[in-house]
Design a protein around this ligand. Structure first.
Ligand SMILES: Cc1ncc(COP(=O)(O)O)c(C=O)c1O
Length: 458
């Protein structure tokens, strides 16, 4: 990805005048500032979006409303579950699980998170280009060609091999700046990372190099129920034993992190000094683990009725005519299909909300369109809003519901939103500006939560 030369830091504009750090407006915004401040985030964001982004979303075929206040709330819940002083590394890989990494990252930094986790170096550089200066870790691994740009832009890298350490040390020496690395210890995931004994060898190499900075030690849980699963507990014991051995080699291990959403929910949030939540921050928990009930869905997926058709009894709908009207009814067509991320497998069984009521999806979901039975809903009209994820009236469809209909996991649903789905960011006005200067602890936290925390057997 081509990166522009760093620009002078501009935090936003007031009455067309740029706000720079030296403008002396750090801290909570005044009422006037709130009313007139145009944050840098949306501007940076719009640069990469078509002009249609600026139009009224209700005039769009399909759009996702991203509730930034919901994100603030979820981060506070995670903070409460993890305990005071624990650093939040928000995982924003895969375009923040489909929520839009740049918009989410800017808001999360304002909300006081301490770091961001991404999947690829390209994702890290996208955030740097958007002005994010918070520490960013590439959680997985990078390829050789990506390393230089990562060092230039101060991106932390997970490391797994001795060769990579040599390569990083050489480059860092030439660039006269240390490479910041997180040693990835495989305690049972079996994907990336190195087994503990080998990881100690890598640790010695890092400790001996003046060009490598040990920024952290990490491991990743395989069990989607975290420490509620015996295998999760075994991973914790293995990681703890590794950390004891590591401290004998070097006293400063940097950030220590293992807990993802399942780990936080199952009581591992306060065990180390950093947590890596993804799904929980977006309002869901894997397996509906404890804590899910306190979270607020961040994404609402909407479309609108573009066509209505009255069908006689026995009339077929969609490819392969998999559904036929049992009695005369009315079918509404929505301009959202599997190309937009609504899974093909969500029919039969799925539903959408129109006028606050459930309309079952009927017939096959196609690439661009979905058909729903609105025979039981009064006065449905072309232009009515359809909610595929979110609330309408007293009804709610959650990410997890769509995942269940499609026999998949919530992660896959939000990550699969297509390019045609416009993201619209709502809320977020109540956080202090600018995004990069929020002192820790400025956010209120919700009432005490009661997580179910099984102790990990020593
Ligand atoms: C290394 C790593 N840490 C943390 C996370 C966040 O996981 P979750 O979304 O379950 O909280 C992921 C996501 O897959 C990951 O790969």
């Amino acid at each position: 990805m081509a990166l522009r030369a760093p620009k002078p830091l501009v935090l936003g504009t007031i009455q067309n005048r740029p706000i720079r750090p030296e403008s002396g407006i750090f801290g909570p915004a005044s009422a006037q500032l709130r009313a007139t401040w145009i944050p840098e985030t949306p501007l940076a964001f719009f640069r990469t979006r078509p002009l249609a982004m600026l139009a009224n979303m209700n005039g769009m075929r399909v759009w996702a409303e991203i509730d930034l206040d919901g994100l603030t709330h979820n981060l506070a819940v995670i903070r409460q579950l993890s305990g005071p002083g624990v650093r939040l590394m928000l995982v924003v890989k895969a375009d923040a699980y489909g929520h839009g990494a740049v918009g989410i990252a800017h808001h999360a930094v304002r909300a006081g998170i301490g770091a961001l986790g991404v999947g690829t170096s390209e994702e890290a550089l996208e955030l740097r280009e958007a002005g994010i200066r918070t520490p960013i870790l590439v959680l997985g691994t990078v390829i050789d060609e990506e390393i230089r740009a990562c060092l230039v832009h101060d991106v932390h890298l997970g490391v797994h091999t001795s060769d990579r350490l040599s390569q990083l040390a050489g480059l860092a020496a030439a660039m006269e700046r240390p490479a910041k690395v997180h040693l990835n210890v495989d305690t049972g995931m079996g994907r990336l990372g190195v087994p503990p004994a080998r990881a100690l060898e890598l640790l010695r190499k890092i400790a001996q190099s003046p060009h490598l900075e040990l920024a952290g030690i990490m491991s990743h849980l395989a069990a989607t129920r975290g420490a509620l699963d015996p295998s999760g507990q075994a991973q914790v014991r293995s990681f703890d034993a590794f950390l004891d051995a590591a401290r004998a080699i070097t006293p400063n291990l940097g950030w220590i992190h293992m807990a993802n959403s399942a780990g936080i929910s199952s009581g591992l949030g306060s065990r180390y000094d950093t947590v890596r939540p993804g799904l929980a921050a977006y309002g869901a928990m894997p397996n509906d683990l404890p804590g899910a009930e306190h979270l607020r869905p961040v994404m609402r997926l909407r479309s609108q009725v573009v066509f209505l058709k009255d069908l006689p009894q026995g009339a077929p709908v969609g490819y392969e005519s998999t559904w036929r009207a049992e009695h005369p009814t009315r079918i509404a067509t929505l301009p959202i299909g599997y190309a937009d991320g609504l899974p093909w497998r969500a029919s039969p069984g799925g539903a959408v909300l129109i006028r606050g009521q459930r309309a079952p999806i009927v017939g096959r979901i196609s690439m661009d369109y979905t058909t729903v039975d609105v025979g039981q809903i009064r006065d449905v009209a072309v232009g009515d809003r359809a909610t595929l994820i979110g609330c309408d009236g007293g009804e709610t469809i959650r990410l997890g519901d769509v995942a269940r209909w499609a026999d998949t996991i919530p992660y896959e649903i939000s990550c699969s939103l297509g390019r045609r789905v416009h993201r619209r960011y709502v809320g977020g006005e109540d956080l202090p500006v600018p995004s990069q200067s929020v002192p820790p602890g400025v956010l209120g936290v919700p009432r005490a939560l009661v997580p179910n925390r099984p102790p990990v057997q020593a």
